[in-house]
Design a protein around this ligand. Structure first.
Ligand SMILES: Cc1cc2nc3c(=O)[nH]c(=O)nc-3n(C[C@H](O)[C@H](O)[C@H](O)COP(=O)(O)O)c2cc1C
Length: 137
């Protein structure tokens, strides 16, 4: 099903601080929440018949405005998110023109940590010709 607003939650918690910030951001507008923790996305090279990467990818394809929210784990994005990003081995046009904003939620992240996470997502979105709109404050 098509949806305009998509929130990809990269937290281990489906209803934690990261999800709360997304809810505040959308402020009553409808959005679909995809919790990466509910998907079994293998690491690059771990070939397996059961793999949910395409399911999450198709959620992005169906959306226009995408918010990607990650808690800070050990000064970086979560492994759930990094694994999803890594799985994009080849560039194609499926995500072209989609708007992307990010939420970086930590107990006390430094400006440098936030900038580093933002840098990775900006790099990824640029390669896929998406519109990177920055970090939601
Ligand atoms: C394994 C782990 C590592 C963490 N490392 C950091 C960190 O380096 N810096 C930070 O600010 N917060 C760190 N935190 C705190 C989380 O980012 C914080 O509790 C966040 O609000 C969790 O979001 P959630 O409620 O959506 O899961 C860490 C939490 C966990 C579980």
């Amino acid at each position: 099903m098509s949806h305009v607003n998509l929130f990809i939650n990269a937290s281990k918690n489906r209803d934690g601080n990261t999800a709360r910030l997304a809810k505040e951001y959308f402020d009553g507008q409808p959005y679909k929440q995809v919790n990466l923790v509910d998907y079994d996305i293998k690491q690059l090279g771990q070939n397996s018949e059961s793999d949910d990467f395409e399911k999450v990818r198709s959620e992005i394809e169906s959306a226009k405005n995408i918010v990607i929210g990650t808690p800070v784990y050990w000064s970086d994005m979560t492994g759930l998110l990094k694994t999803f990003i890594d799985r994009h081995e080849t560039v194609d046009t499926r995500y072209e023109g989609k708007n992307v904003k990010i939420i970086v939620q930590g107990s006390g992240p430094t400006e440098g940590e936030i900038a580093a996470i933002s840098h990775v997502l900006e790099h990824w979105t640029e390669r896929f010709s998406m519109e990177y709109k920055g970090v939601i404050k």
